[in-house]
Write a new protein. Structure first.
Length: 158
């Protein structure tokens, strides 16, 4: 199975998780992990599984992720299975209750990514995921790298 993991990252956290997901999906021979600004639509040819990852920024995916997905022609992802994850701060760690409420109600990037993937013809195959970082600049929260690898293994085997 040929897989492509596309990610955007501001502080390196989403990149680390994307690399962990890519490693869990297979070898460098059949899995490519690419920053969204470096991927071209032609790289989607022959891909069986596409994973798209973005930090949550203002309750949405990054501008780069959104721009790339919106630039794809209609049905460009037809026949491709897809999964999405984002990075986020655990709202339970936020001390300000009002801010915690806003974050919980505002949503996360993974749902918007999945909707864009589906709108381009992809079959979103796995429950969406969000991985935690300790602060907006990180680091990745304890245990999340392992959880990302398990999530990827479920995608691969499911």
């Amino acid at each position: 199975m040929k897989s492509l993991v596309i990610y955007d990252s501001y502080f390196g956290n989403t990149e680390k998780l994307a690399q962990a997901v890519g490693k869990a999906l297979g070898t460098a021979k059949n899995v490519r992990v690419v920053r969204v600004v470096d991927v071209t639509p032609a790289e989607l040819e022959g891909v069986d599984l596409l994973v798209v990852a973005s930090p949550t920024r203002g309750f949405r995916p990054s501008e780069g992720t959104t721009k790339f997905l919106n630039s794809l022609p209609a049905n460009a992802l037809q026949g491709i299975k897809a999964a999405a994850f984002d990075t986020r701060i655990d709202p339970e760690t936020l001390k300000n209750k009002v801010f915690r409420f806003i974050v919980q109600r505002g949503g996360y990037a993974n749902k918007a990514i999945a909707k864009m993937l589906a709108n381009k013809g992809a079959q979103v195959i796995h429950p969406l995921e969000g991985f935690y970082v300790d602060d907006s600049e990180g680091p990745v929260s304890s245990g999340e790298m392992e959880r990302a690898a398990k999530w990827a293994a479920q995608i691969k085997n499911g």
